[in-house]
Design a protein around this ligand. Sequence first.
Ligand code: GRF
Length: 207
Amino acid sequence: MTSNKINPQDNKNCVILASGNGSNALNIINHFLTGKKSNGINIVAVVSNVAAAPVIEKVKKTAPFIPVFAIPFNNLSERDVFESELEKIIKNYGVELIILAGFMKVLSKEFVSKFSHKIINIHPSLLPSFKGKDAIKKAYDYGVKYTGVTIHYVTEEVDSGPIILQEVVKIDEGDTIESLEAKIHNIEHEIYPVALELLANKAYKAG
Ligand code: GRF
């Protein structure tokens, strides 16, 4: 991928939303910090909806200069406040792209349509198969021979937006759910930064 044509000041400002472990968030942060700044992505903030999520401490340790916000959104009644706080962050930090990386809540239709083609998500299956939660387990239990990872735009319908990038993961005879999860996460870490570079380089355009 040729991505060195981007002038650093043209980088896209991005916020990452994460709810838990944060391996994708950390991987993206590290990727765009390690001499690849010209790839067009600046992570300007991280937001978690879970105050005790490990991602919060991990980001603070790895990249203390990136502001991290914990805004409670554990049930539907907290969604409005979460989204209005997030909008303030988007405005204050000039955010152009919202990266969902293990963000386990569904944003409102109003929010999603307001930021159409500006929210992207990673899903651990080959969409449109195995939408929703526990996608890795669903694929494993179903007995498919191939599953994978999808990076897609977020639209009003969950896990249904235009696909930006996909990668296949083969389920081998000896695979356990744990070994499959490990394979999926490895591929996630490979392709999410690539998808972001595609977007930053305007090498991908939806529909
Ligand atoms: C990933 O498998 C991602 O595809 C899914 O949630 C998981 C988050 O993992 N949406 P992590 O928090 O990035 O480690």
